[in-house]
Design a protein around this ligand. Structure first.
Ligand code: HEM
Length: 157
């Protein structure tokens, strides 16, 4: 589902939380709370830091990834329905805008996703949850994309 209000606030494609009368829990609870999100983010940046296919996006980042890892942990906690720690500290995410100075095309999106799907496999045991998260991350990564990778585009002339 599309949530214009959430998108305006910069959280992009908000996670569709699967709930039922039996299981009204948020994704934040289902994944295992902040400790598991922290492990996911650590696995994600370790992959970005070491895998050859992620080299182009690794090079967009500063040498020390630790400060950014701390930010992403709070962002994802909030995105998954946990405490609003990111907004408290940094205000509106403006995620698309914050990524505009980097050229993010399909290749960069896919490299980002490769790191994230690998991290999900490493950290999240629940297959349904893992698939749901991978789909939601893809929507977000494609929403952040600001280049279609087509060399004939006006912006490349
Ligand atoms: C699609 C490919 C992506 C690339 C290449 C990319 C790259 C980057 C880079 C280089 C930064 C550092 C910005 C800085 O130095 O200030 C950054 C920040 C950030 N990225 Fe991404 N990113 C991507 C997708 C995503 C996605 C899908 C998410 C959310 C799940 C995300 C969440 C963030 C957050 C929360 C920050 C910190 C924003 C802040 O300063 O508050 N990024 N990204």
């Amino acid at each position: 589902m599309h949530h214009p209000a959430a998108e305006a606030a910069g959280f992009g494609q908000r996670l569709e939380t699967v709930t039922s009368a039996k299981d009204p829990s948020t994704v934040f609870d289902r994944i295992g709370g902040q400790p598991v999100i922290d492990a996911l983010v650590d696995a994600f940046y370790r992959r970005m830091d070491t895998s050859a296919e992620a080299k182009t996006i690794r090079d967009m980042h500063t040498d020390d990834l630790a400060p950014l890892a701390a930010v992403l942990k709070r962002y994802l906690g909030e995105w998954m329905g946990g405490p609003k720690l990111y907004s408290q500290e940094r205000g509106h995410p403006r995620l698309r805008m914050r990524h505009m100075r980097f050229a993010i095309g399909p290749a960069e999106r896919d490299a980002w996703m490769a790191c994230m799907t690998g991290a999900l496999e490493e950290v999240v045991d629940d297959t349904d949850l893992r698939v749901q998260l991978a789909q939601s991350f893809y929507k977000l990564a494609d929403w952040v994309r600001n280049d279609d990778g087509n060399p004939h585009d006006a912006q490349h002339r």
